[in-house]
Design a protein around this ligand. Sequence first.
Ligand code: GSH
Length: 192
Amino acid sequence: MILEEIGRPYDPAPLDFKNNAQYEPGYVAINPKSKVPALLRDDGTLLTEYPVIAMWLAKTNPQAGLVPVDLEGETRCAEFLDYVCGTVHPQGFTRQSRPNRFALRAEDEPAVVAQGRELAVKYMNVIDSGWRGDTWVLPGGYSIADSALFFIEHWAARRFNIPLPPRLATHFAAMLARPAVKRTLELEGLPT
Ligand SMILES: N[C@@H](CCC(=O)N[C@@H](CS)C(=O)NCC(=O)O)C(=O)O
C-alpha cells in the first residue's frame, strides 16, 4: 500500500500462508523470521518489521509526504505504529488468527480467540478515543500511520466481523476510497 502511494515500481511476492510457505527453505533463506512484511531493497539487503519498513520507505521518498517532517509529528507517528504493530496486532489479532501460539492445550484455543477479540475491541476503542487527527490518524494529514491502522481495520471489519468504533469506521471508508488502497486490495485478490 505504501509503495502504491509512492508510485515506485516493485515486485510483489505473495506468500501462501495456508500452506505455511513462510517456513519453506526458499523463504527462510531470504527472511529467517518467517514473517511478512519483508522488503528486499535494491541493494540486496532485507528490511523487516512494519514500522521500520514503513519509516524507511517514507523517509527515502520524501516527495510522497508519508511521514511528518517535524519532530513532534514524527514522534507521534512512530508511537502510533508501535501501538498497532507491538500491541494491537500481536495481542488482539494474532490471538484470533493463530490461537495455538497462545494456548498450551487445543481445548483452550476458543478462549484465546475470545480473549483476542475482547482485546482487539479494547485497543481499537483506545485508538478511537485518543484520536488526534481529522480524517487521518495524525493532524498533519495522511501518513504511514494510516496504512498501519488500515490493516487492523480490515481484519476487524472483513475477517473477524468486529464492528469498528465511529472514528475508525470513518477512517476505514476514507482509506477504501484511496486509489492506492484499491489497487493494493485488487493485487491481493480482495474485495475493494
Ligand atoms: N512485528 C512484525 C510482525 C509481522 C507478523 O507477525 N506478520 C504475520 C502476518 S500478519 C506473519 O508473517 N505471520 C506468519 C507466522 O507467524 O507464521 C511486524 O510488525 O512486521
